[in-house]
Design a protein around this ligand. Structure first.
Ligand SMILES: C[S@@+](CC[C@H](N)C(=O)[O-])C[C@H]1O[C@@H](n2cnc3c(N)ncnc32)[C@H](O)[C@@H]1O
Length: 258
């Protein structure tokens, strides 16, 4: 290990960055790739700025997505939702709370004859999603809509996907500083018990789904029972909870009540 990397390990350790040795090596590789100073990158990382923001990209499914402080960093857990969606038939997809666009654009890139609408309440997030449509070469397949959930949505879809903000108000206060300081609050928590977006989708989603269409929703590991009940009481059919690769409840799948 060079002196520069060794001193980076010490600084990262002192700042409380997890796994500082690995992090120093990743930053050194990035510094070499970008032709920048390792010390400059370390100075950013010790403030808990995420590695993905320093790099400007985050790998998700089959692409390297642009990420900024205006969007949630795509998480590997969310790939479970993409995998399940690809077992279903669809021509037209609605993605609610699209953020970087990682779910919708991954689906459209896998199925070139399909189209989709990506909704977000954040205009800044939609700008990032637009850039990512260029990266995934899906510009012709996608439309973006600034909307509070379904408010501005028109038409019907075969599939609705969403990874809504679902962290409870209380759990938000305990999040890691890397997440709390650098990712938008609106992308992480809807406040209260974290379930408001599921209640809204259960109540309004059927209007926007073709007969026998599905919703696929990412959930927190401890929300499986609550979200399944929410959909059951609204008359949704064929409701199931699917675990991620770590065996944790991760996705709710439900068929339209129509
Ligand atoms: C957990 S992030 C998911 C981002 C992306 N789909 C992903 O999986 O990485 C939730 C997204 O929902 C958006 N959002 C929050 N409240 C919303 C609302 N009322 N209407 C529409 N989008 C909303 C946030 O701006 C954020 O982009």
């Amino acid at each position: 290990m060079s002196d520069a990397v060794a001193s980076a390990v010490v600084r990262l350790h002192e700042a409380g960055i997890p796994d500082p040795t690995n992090e120093a090596r990743r930053l050194a590789a990035l510094a070499a790739e970008q032709g920048t100073d390792l010390a400059d990158l370390v100075a950013r990382r010790v403030t808990h700025e995420p590695f993905s923001h320093i790099k400007g990209r985050r790998a998700f499914w089959k692409h390297d997505f642009v990420v900024t402080a205006d969007v949630l960093d795509p998480r590997p857990d969310t790939e479970t939702l993409v995998e399940i969606a690809l077992t279903l038939p669809f021509d037209r997809v609605l993605d609610l709370g699209t953020g970087s666009g990682c779910i919708l654009l991954s689906l459209l890139a896998e199925r070139r004859s399909t189209t989709g609408v990506g909704v977000d309440i954040s205009a800044a997030a939609l700008q990032v999603a637009k850039t990512n449509a260029g990266i995934t070469q899906t510009e012709e397949q996608v439309q973006w809509l600034e909307s509070d959930w379904f408010d501005a949505v028109e038409g019907t879809f075969d599939l609705i996907t969403s990874n809504p903000p679902y962290i409870t108000e209380a759990a938000y206060a305990d999040l890691d500083p890397t997440v709390q300081r650098y990712e938008p609050r609106i992308a992480l928590t809807p406040g209260g018990d974290g379930l408001a977006p599921y209640r809204l989708i259960a109540q309004q989603g059927a209007k926007f789904l073709a007969p026998d269409g599905y919703v696929l929703l990412e959930i927190g590991f401890d929300q499986g029972d609550s979200v399944q009940s929410i959909f059951k009481v609204s008359g949704w059919r064929d409701i199931s909870c699917i675990p991620d690769l770590n065996g944790k409840d991760r996705v709710i799948r439900a068929k339209s009540p129509n």
